[in-house]
Ligand binder design. Structure first.
Ligand code: N01
Length: 571
């Protein structure tokens, strides 16, 4: 179908076959698939002024991907894979943005993207079987299919600490970093937060700030990333091994380009185990987590990794009190998303860096001059909030999404997100959520889970069009079963045991405590999705033109109940 002309000032809706929200990895590939493979008219709307999604907003010092570059990319086009050359083991934010720009140029994507367009609402019109999407500007779009590609960690969380308004200096959240950068030279900087972001940012901020004070509430593990330029030999290996690398990322539970060891921790004697940990520490990055098969499922096994990593902190950090606070970690290793770093613990040996242990001396308020803890006051020129995100549901719920009979997503998800396969919600026909809650998403190397979702959605829409199906909607029974299975998969691991994890929504006051991503592993998840499709989209209610529902709900879904093949999650 040819799109009607779009006038940004008109309240009459421009019509398309599909609207995609978000121009990150997900949205760009979804646009390519729907427009160039299925021949649909598509409009992609994006809140930012350029593409990149997460990488458009997260430009903080040290922003770098924790997945290895040759796996943090698209695999769908061998030509694209072979022509792009990564410079380092882990790509930095600017390099990822250059890559996505290259993708947009290669597939001529920009002509169907409207930037600077934040979606306010999306309402389903049952009579017309259309979604009406309205931007904050009042501009409206209509489309049969609505695909949200809004990212999992795209809603910045600035904690409500009293007094922030009174602060006379500047403050920034890492997920909304100014594009012109921040000059820390000569500045006293306070950084709140020691998750993956804070652990990347602190060493870089410390290099230029007059003084950096790191406010740590929860101590965290970290493994050296061992980032380095890629050798000419490895670059050639990447160019020549697209198929083999794709085979590995698609056949490991967390989508990374390395296999998880089949050895269990207690298969080895303590001295051999120590050697294995030392070797994994030298390899660095998320490969550390792959050193043993049972680190995420057996607490006693995990304790050995935790003890090893805590001993490394004590070895690296010179000041015993600081080392003690940094190593005072209260959760199993990798049960929260495990950070990787470049010189994080070493940074605390610098004379211009101080650690404040908020467990001993909590923040009371922000003052005009800095941060007041119970026992001290820290004078600051700049505060950096590395305080994370309202993850997985935050961005979706900021949009007023209403399905059949005015059903509101915010109400449906009041007690936590409920989806079928993380792809659809009952009552919201033809709305597809790329890497939605209930899918592996953040527990997998993101581009790998994104490609699978985008391709599955594309094939589903192609099936609908080939078979005269107007509506596809998750059935309530299938959704209930899936939610049960998501819980079962999580409970087979140590992940839900951490009280203060964003996987559970625990970082956002008032957010329901529900384990949101699917921890059953990407390979298993992919097989389930393929099986559902092969059985004519089992568990979805498909409605043909002029006919009633062709419900396939609730049949043969017992497959989900098999034990989850959890080895290790991954981002
Ligand atoms: O956020 P986080 P993040 N007072 O929520 C602290 C991905 N990522 O931006 O643990 C004091 O993990 C909070 O403390 P606590 C990755 O998936 C990917 O670091 O709640 N402290 C914690 O220390 C990652 O997991 C890459 O006690 C407060 C920190 O802020 C996800 O993004 C790179 C506080 C928040 O940690 C989020 O990571 C970086 C308060 N009021 C990140 N509120 C890649 O490689 C919060 N904190 C692609």
């Amino acid at each position: 179908m040819k799109p009607e002309a779009s006038n940004p000032n008109s309240s009459a809706a421009s019509r398309f076959d599909a609207i995609i929200i978000g121009a990150g990895f997900s949205g760009l590939y979804q646009l390519h698939c729907l427009r160039d493979r299925l021949g649909l008219s598509v409009k992609l709307v994006e809140a930012g002024d350029d593409l990149g999604g997460t990488w458009y907003w997260n430009r903080y010092p040290g922003a770098r991907c924790d997945s290895e570059s040759h796996s943090y990319c698209y695999f769908f086009s061998k030509a694209l894979y072979e022509e792009w050359e990564w410079s380092e083991r882990y790509p930095g934010a600017p390099e990822i943005l250059r890559y996505l720009d290259h993708v947009a140029i290669k597939f001529d994507l920009r002509r169907d993207i409207q930037f600077g367009t934040r979606v306010r609402s999306a309402h389903y019109d049952v009579a017309d079987n259309h979604w009406i999407v309205e931007a904050e500007s009042g501009q409206r779009f209509r489309a049969t299919y609505l695909i949200t590609a809004v990212g999992c960690i795209s809603s910045a969380n600035v904690p409500e600490i009293p007094g922030l308004d009174s602060f006379k200096g500047k403050w920034y959240h890492t997920g909304q970093w100014p594009h012109e950068g921040v000059d820390f030279a000569g500045k006293r900087v306070g950084q709140i937060g020691t998750g993956s972001t804070g652990i990347q940012a602190a060493p870089v901020i410390a290099q230029s700030a007059k003084h950096l004070t790191v406010f740590q509430r929860t101590a965290n593990y970290s493994v050296p990333a061992r980032n380095a330029p890629l050798s000419a030999e490895f670059k050639q290996y990447i160019r020549e091994h697209h198929d083999e690398i794709q085979e590995v990322v698609e056949s490991t539970p967390n989508g990374h380009p390395f296999r998880i060891s089949e050895t269990r921790v207690f298969d080895l004697h303590p001295a051999e185990r120590q050697k294995a940990y030392e070797a994994a520490w030298e390899k660095g990055g998320l490969q550390f987590r792959a050193a043993f098969q049972d680190l995420l499922t057996d607490k006693a096994a995990n304790d050995t990794a935790a003890a090893f990593l805590k001993s490394k902190i004590r070895e690296i950090v010179n000041d015993p009190e600081t080392a003690k606070s940094l190593a005072d970690i209260d959760h199993p290793y990798a049960a929260k998303r495990p950070p990787i770093d470049t010189n994080y613990f070493e940074t605390f040996n610098r004379s211009n860096v101080t650690l404040v242990n908020l467990r001993k001396d909590p923040i009371e308020r922000i003052t005009p001059n800095g941060i007041k803890t119970r026992d001290n006051e820290y004078e600051l020129d700049v505060i950096v909030f590395a305080t994370g995100f309202d993850a997985l549901t935050g961005t979706l719920l900021k949009i007023d999404i209403r399905g059949r009979d005015g059903l509101c997503l915010r109400d449906v998800w009041k007690a936590g997100p409920r989806t079928y396969l993380g792809l659809q919600v009952p009552g919201f026909p033809n709305l597809f959520t790329v890497t939605g809650p209930g899918s592996p998403s953040v527990l997998c190397n993101m581009p790998v889970s994104i490609e699978q979702h985008v391709e599955w959605i594309t094939e589903c829409i192609a099936y609908m069009r080939d078979n005269g199906i107007e509506r596809c909607e998750a059935a309530p029974e299938a959704t209930e079963k899936w939610v049960e299975h998501v819980n079962e998969a999580a409970n087979a691991t140590l992940l839900p045991r951490v009280r203060h994890s964003w996987y559970l929504g625990a970082n956002i006051p008032g957010k329901p405590r529900v384990f949101m991503p699917y921890a059953g592993g990407m390979t298993r998840y992919r097989a389930i999705c393929n099986d559902v499709a092969a059985k004519g989209y089992e568990g979805f209610v498909l409605t043909r033109s002029g006919q009633g529902a062709d419900a396939k709900a609730g049949t043969a879904l017992n497959d989900f109940e098999a034990a989850a093949d959890i080895s290790t999650p991954g981002v």
